[in-house]
Design a protein around this ligand. Structure first.
Ligand SMILES: *[C@@H]1O[C@H](CO)[C@@H](O)[C@H](O)[C@H]1NC(C)=O
Ligand SMILES: *[C@@H]1O[C@H](CO)[C@@H](O)[C@H](O)[C@H]1NC(C)=O
Ligand SMILES: *[C@@H]1O[C@H](CO)[C@@H](O)[C@H](O)[C@H]1NC(C)=O
Ligand SMILES: *[C@@H]1O[C@H](CO)[C@@H](O)[C@H](O)[C@H]1NC(C)=O
Ligand SMILES: *[C@@H]1O[C@H](CO)[C@@H](O)[C@H](O)[C@H]1NC(C)=O
Ligand SMILES: *[C@@H]1O[C@H](CO)[C@@H](O)[C@H](O)[C@H]1NC(C)=O
Ligand SMILES: *[C@@H]1O[C@H](CO)[C@@H](O)[C@H](O)[C@H]1NC(C)=O
Ligand SMILES: *[C@@H]1O[C@H](CO)[C@@H](O)[C@H](O)[C@H]1NC(C)=O
Ligand SMILES: *[C@@H]1O[C@H](CO)[C@@H](O)[C@H](O)[C@H]1NC(C)=O
Length: 829
C-alpha cells in the first residue's frame, strides 16, 4: 500500500490518464468531478486510475488568507495523504457546479491524515467544516490514523462553498484531499421505511438532509476499494462487527450478478458487494430442525449517542438458493422487526442472484450507543431451508433537524383504522360477532321490517377469505412492531410495486388521477390509484373512498387493500381487476363480445354489489356514480362495483334522502335528482338502468355522432321499449342468441328503473331478482331448445312484481350464490 505514483507533467499525461481510466471499472461519469490534492505541487495518480489535481490549479477557487502546504516526510499510506494544506484563518474552496447537482446530489469525501511534520503538529488541529453554509464537522480534530469523511447532500445553488474555520485564533484547520462528485440519479431517494413503523418522517424530505456515511460494509467478503467500486467508495469487511462469527459463514458467488432492469444498479453497489454474503452456519446438522438452528446473525455498530436519525440501507442478493422461493427471512434493526418474511425471489426480477436493496430510517435510537442489525430465518421456512443472508450494509447519519411524528397525528383516518381493527378482531372472534358489529340493532330491526318487501337477500357483510388473508399478509409484509392491522401502505412499497410509477404500468387515467398496475412483494396484483397531489376535490373523494371501502367488503365491490398518504400523496390500492371496466367489453375496444349469459351474470353481480351497498351497511350508502366504466371485471368476469369517491354515507333514514350538490356522470344522471337535488338510492337504480341499456345495446350512453334522436341512449331505447320493440336496437352480436322472454323481462325492468320518479322505480333488490329471473329464462330456453326463440308465452311467472314470492326469490339467490360464488363465503347459507 505504500507505493504511489507522482506523474510529472508530460505530453504523455493525457494518454496515461486515459489508459488508467480505461482500466478502471467505473462506467458512471459524474457531471461534476473535482479531485483535489491539497497542498500538492503536481498531479497525483490514485491506484484506481483517477488523477488528483493540485488544489491551486483546479477550477475550484481557493480563498485562503494564510495557509501552509506540507508534504509527508515518509511514504504515505495512500497517494491521497501525500500532501496537506493547513489553514490558519477561515478559508474556503468554491466549486462551480452543473445544474444536475441540485437534482441528483453530490458525494463529498474529505481526507484527513495528520502525518508527522517538523513544521506543524497536525494532531493539534481543531476546526469546523461547512458546505454551502451547512455544518459538516464541528470542533473536529483528526486522529492519528488516516480518515475519510463522506457526505451526501443536494446543494441549493450552482456553486458550493466548502469552508474551513479554525476553532480558535491559535488553532488551525487542514485537509489532505477532496473528492466532490455528482451522484447518479436516485442514489438516495425518499423511498424508505421508518423504524419503528408507528412513526413517520415529516418536514423536509430525507434527500434534503445531509447524510454522513458511518459504515459501509461488504458483508461476508473482503474490503472493496475504490478501484473496484462504481463510485470509488470503500467497503469494509464485516468481521469486526459480527456478534457470533462461528455461527455464520461467508459465501462467494462466482457466476454473473444479474442487475434487474430498472431496479438496483451497479452504482447502488458493485457486484463485488452483491457477490459475497454471510449466511447461517448450520454445520453438519443442516437437515435438522433443532432449536439451535433457529437463530439470528447479528452485527453491532457503535454510533454516537446523539439525536440524529440514521439511514440504513440493506443490500441483498440471493446467491445461496438453488431455486426461487426457498429463502424467507426476517430483518431486525435494534430489535424492531424491520422486514418480516422477506422473500428475495418475489422481488421485481424473479431471478436468483439479482441485487435488491431496502432503505430504512431509524427514528428512535435506543440510547445504547450502537445499532444492532440482525437477520434470521422466518418461522414459515421449511426446517431444512432455514437460512438468512446479508450482502452489504450502509449506515448513514442524518444531519440536521429530523422530524418524526407519531401516527396519531393523522386524525382523519383514525376512525377508519379503528373500523378495520374492530372488523378484523370481529372476524377472528367469529362472523356472527362481525355481523352484529356492522349491523346495529336498529338496522336489523329495519331489515326485519323491510322483509315485508319482496326481496330479502341477506345483505350480509361478506369478507371473502381471500381479501381477509391479503389484508393480513399486507400488514405483515409492512414493517410492524406490534400486529396492528392498518391499511396504511408505505409509499416505498407502492413505488416498489409500480416500479416507481413506471408509465408502462399505467392502466388508466381519470379525474382523480392515474391508475397503475403493480405487484406487491407477496405477488398480489394490485391497482394503484394515484390522486393528483394537492387537489381539494381529490382529497374529499380520497377520504370518502377510504371511509366507504374500509367499512364494507363484498364479493361484488372492489376491495381496498390499502392506502398511502405519505408526503401529500393520495394513493389507493385495490385488488387488480384483470379484465378492466365493463365498458371496454361492450364497445370501443377489441375485446370479444360477451354472450347474453355473461352479460346477465355481470349485471347480476353489479346489482348484488349495489344492493349490498344500499342495504348492507349500517348507514346505507348511495354510490352516486354508477356507470359501465365503474364496474370492473376480474379474471373470471366477476363484476365488482368500483369508485366510491362520490358516494354518500348516512342517508337520513327519517327523510330517506340527502340533499347535495348534483354530482354524477352525464347520461347516467337521475332526472329527478337533477331537479330536486335530493339524493336517494333510487338515483343509483336509474343510473344502473342506463348501464343495463348499455349492456344490451353495446353503445355509449351519449353518442354525439348519431342522429339527434339517438344521441341519448336512455331516451332512444325507451321509445323502442314503449313500442315493445327493444330487440330491434340490441347489440347485433346478440341477435338470435337471446331468449325472447329473457329479453322481454330485461326490457321491462329497464323501463321501470328509468321511471321518471324514484318512487316508481324498483329497489336494487327487485332489480337483482328480475335479472336472476331473466337469466333463468335464458338458461331454460337454452337447455330446452338451444338457440331457440320460440318459447311459449304461458310460463311468465312473475313478470311485473316480485312481491309475494320472497321465499322463492331468496332461494333463487342462494342457489345462485352457491353455484356461482367461487370465493364467496356466504355467511348465512
Ligand atoms: C501534537 O498535539 C497533540 C494534541 O495537542 C499532542 O497530544 C501531541 O503531544 C503533540 N505532538 C507533538 C510532537 O508535539
Ligand atoms: C442554501 O442553504 C443554506 C444553508 O443550508 C442557506 O443558508 C442558504 O440561504 C440557502 N441558499 C439558497 C439560495 O436557498
Ligand atoms: C464551530 O462549531 C461549533 C459547534 O457547532 C460552534 O459552536 C462554533 O462557534 C464554531 N466555530 C467557528 C469558528 O465557526
Ligand atoms: C479488484 O478486483 C479484482 C478482480 O476481482 C481483484 O483481483 C483485485 O484484487 C481487486 N482489487 C482490490 C484493491 O480490491
Ligand atoms: C462435521 O462434518 C465434518 C466432515 O464431514 C467432520 O469433520 C466434523 O467433525 C463434523 N462436525 C460435527 C460437529 O459433527
Ligand atoms: C431434509 O429432510 C426433509 C424431510 O425431513 C427432506 O424432504 C429433504 O429432502 C431433506 N433435505 C436434505 C438436503 O437432506
Ligand atoms: C445488540 O445485540 C446484543 C446481542 O444480542 C445485545 O446484547 C445488545 O443489547 C443489543 N443492543 C441493542 C442496541 O439492541
Ligand atoms: C432475532 O432477533 C429479534 C430481535 O431481537 C428477535 O425478536 C427474534 O426472536 C430473534 N430470532 C431468533 C430466531 O432468535
Ligand atoms: C424511544 O423509545 C423509548 C422506548 O423504547 C420511548 O420511551 C421513547 O419515547 C422513544 N422516543 C421517541 C422520540 O419516540
Amino acid at each position: 500500500m505504500s507505493s504511489f505514483t507522482l506523474i510529472p507533467p508530460s505530453p504523455l499525461l493525457p494518454l496515461v490518464f486515459s489508459l488508467l481510466a480505461a482500466l478502471s471499472i467505473a462506467a458512471f461519469q459524474p457531471a461534476d468531478n473535482f479531485l483535489l490534492a491539497c497542498g500538492a505541487a503536481s498531479p497525483v495518480a490514485l491506484h484506481d486510475g483517477r488523477l488528483l489535481l493540485p488544489d491551486l490549479s483546479s477550477s475550484a477557487f481557493l480563498s485562503a488568507p494564510r495557509s501552509t502546504a506540507l508534504s509527508a516526510p515518509s511514504p504515505a499510506p495512500s497517494p491521497l495523504y501525500r500532501t496537506v494544506r493547513a489553514f490558519h484563518l477561515p478559508s474556503s474552496y468554491l466549486f462551480p457546479l452543473h445544474s444536475s447537482a441540485a437534482r441528483n446530489g453530490l458525494l463529498l469525501r474529505l481526507h484527513f491524515h495528520p502525518f508527522p511534520s517538523p513544521s506543524l503538529n497536525l494532531s493539534a488541529a481543531l476546526f469546523n467544516v461547512s458546505a454551502g453554509g451547512a455544518p459538516l464537522l464541528s470542533l473536529f480534530s483528526p486522529t492519528a490514523a488516516p480518515l475519510a469523511k463522506e457526505f451526501f447532500f443536494k446543494p441549493n445553488s450552482t456553486s458550493l462553498r466548502l469552508a474551513f474555520s479554525p476553532a480558535s485564533p491559535s488553532s488551525f484547520a487542514f485537509i489532505n484531499a477532496i473528492e466532490l462528485l455528482s451522484a447518479p440519479d436516485r442514489l438516495f431517494s425518499d423511498d424508505f421505511t421508518p423504524i419503528p413503523s408507528s412513526f413517520s418522517f415529516y418536514g423536509a424530505p430525507l434527500s434534503h438532509h445531509l447524510l454522513e456515511t458511518l459504515y459501509r460494509i461488504n458483508v461476508g467478503g473482503p474490503a472493496v476499494t475504490p478501484e473496484n467500486d462504481t463510485l470509488w467508495r470503500n467497503w469494509e469487511p464485516d468481521d469486526k462487527y459480527l456478534w457470533t462469527p462461528s455461527r455464520t459463514k461467508s459465501v462467494a458467488f462466482t457466476n454473473e450478478i444479474k442487475y434487474p432492469n430498472g431496479g438496483t444498479t451497479p452504482e447502488i453497489a458493485p457486484e463485488f458487494v452483491y457477490g459475497t454474503a454471510r449466511e447461517m452456519n448450520k454445520g453438519n446438522s443442516s437437515n435438522s430442525s433443532s432449536p439451535s438452528d433457529y437463530f439470528n446473525i447479528t452485527w453491532n455498530f457503535p454510533v454516537a449517542n446523539s439525536v440524529h436519525g440514521y439511514f440504513i440501507r440493506f443490500h441483498f442478493c440471493d446467491i445461496i438458493s438453488k431455486a426461487l422461493g426457498e429463502l424467507f427471512f426476517n430483518v431486525y434493526i435494534n430489535g424492531y422487526s424491520a422486514y418480516k418474511d422477506l422473500d428475495l425471489s418475489s422481488q421485481s426480477s424473479f431471478t436468483l442472484a439479482s441485487p435488491y436493496y431496502i432503505d430504512f430510517v431509524v427514528m428512535n435510537r435506543s440510547n445504547t450507543g450502537s445499532i444492532n442489525i440482525s437477520v434470521g430465518p422466518a418461522e414459515q421456512s421449511l426446517p431444512w431451508k432455514m437460512n438468512a443472508l446479508l450482502n452489504g450494509l450502509e449506515i448513514m447519519k442524518i444531519n440536521g433537524i429530523v422530524s418524526f411524528s407519531k401516527e396519531d397525528k393523522k386524525k382523519l383516518l383514525v376512525g377508519t383504522v379503528i373500523a378495520i381493527v374492530l372488523g378484523s378482531i370481529a372476524f377472528l372472534c367469529g362472523l356472527v360477532v362481525m355481523v352484529l358489529t356492522l349491523l346495529p340493532q336498529k338496522e336489523i330491526k329495519d331489515q326485519v321490517a323491510q322483509s315485508r318487501d319482496a326481496d330479502t337477500w341477506s345483505p350480509l357483510p361478506v369478507i371473502t377469505e381471500n381479501s381477509y388473508r391479503r389484508l393480513i399478509e399486507l400488514t405483515n409484509a409492512s414493517p410492524s412492531t406490534n400486529a396492528n392491522l392498518q391499511l396504511r401502505v408505505p409509499f416505498a412499497e407502492i413505488l416498489l410495486a409500480t416500479n416507481n410509477f413506471d408509465e408502462k404500468a399505467l392502466v388508466g387515467a381519470g379525474g382523480f388521477g392515474k391508475v397503475y398496475k403493480g405487484v406487491l412483494r407477496n405477488g398480489t396484483k394490485i391497482a394503484v390509484k394515484r390522486g393528483v397531489r394537492g387537489s381539494q376535490q381529490g382529497l374529499g373523494e380520497f377520504q370518502t373512498e377510504i371511509e366507504v371501502l374500509s367499512k364494507i367488503r363484498h364479493h361484488h365491490l372492489v376491495s381496498l387493500i390499502g392506502y398511502c398518504e405519505e408526503q401529500a400523496e393520495m394513493i389507493l390500492v385495490y385488488d387488480f381487476m384483470e379484465k378492466g371496466p365493463l365498458r371496454d367489453h361492450l364497445y370501443g375496444s377489441k375485446n370479444p363480445s360477451l354472450t347474453w349469459k355473461q352479460r346477465l351474470e355481470i349485471c347480476i353481480g353489479s346489482a348484488r354489489g349495489l344492493h349490498y351497498l344500499h342495504t348492507g351497511s349500517a348507514q346505507g350508502i348511495i354510490h352516486r356514480d354508477v356507470k359501465s366504466s365503474n364496474i370492473l371485471l376480474d379474471e373470471n368476469y366477476t363484476a365488482k362495483v368500483a369508485d366510491f369517491g362520490l358516494s354518500k354515507l348516512g342517508t337520513d333514514s327519517n327523510q330517506g334522502h340527502v340533499s347535495t350538490g348534483v354530482k354524477g356522470s352525464f347520461g347516467y344522471l337521475d332526472p329527478e335528482y337533477f331537479k330536486t337535488q335530493q339524493l336517494t338510492d333510487k338515483s343509483d337504480v336509474y343510473s344502473f338502468g342506463v348501464v343495463l341499456l348499455e349492456v344490451l345495446c353495446a353503445r355509449p350512453v351519449i353518442d354525439q355522432s348519431l342522429p339527434w334522436e339517438q344521441i341519448n341512449l336512455a331516451e332512444w331505447a325507451m321509445q323502442w321499449q314503449k313500442k315493445r320493440l327493444l330487440d330491434r336496437i340490441i347489440d347485433p352480436s346478440l341477435k338470435g342468441k337471446t331468449d325472447r322472454k329473457s329479453l322481454k323481462k330485461y326490457g321491462e325492468m329497464v323501463e321501470k328503473c328509468l321511471a321518471q320518479y324514484g318512487i316508481d322505480r324498483p329497489t336494487m333488490g327487485d332489480v337483482l331478482w328480475n335479472l336472476e329471473y331473466a337469466l333463468q329464462l335464458h338458461e331454460r330456453a337454452v337447455h330446452q331448445e338451444p338457440y331457440g326463440d320460440s318459447i311459449s308465452g304461458t310460463s311468465d311467472v312473475s313478470s311485473s312484481c316480485p312481491a309475494g314470492s320472497s321465499m322463492t326469490n331468496n332461494n333463487t339467490a342462494e342457489r345462485n350464490d352457491i353455484s356461482v360464488g367461487d370465493a364467496t363465503t356466504h355467511v348465512f347459507s
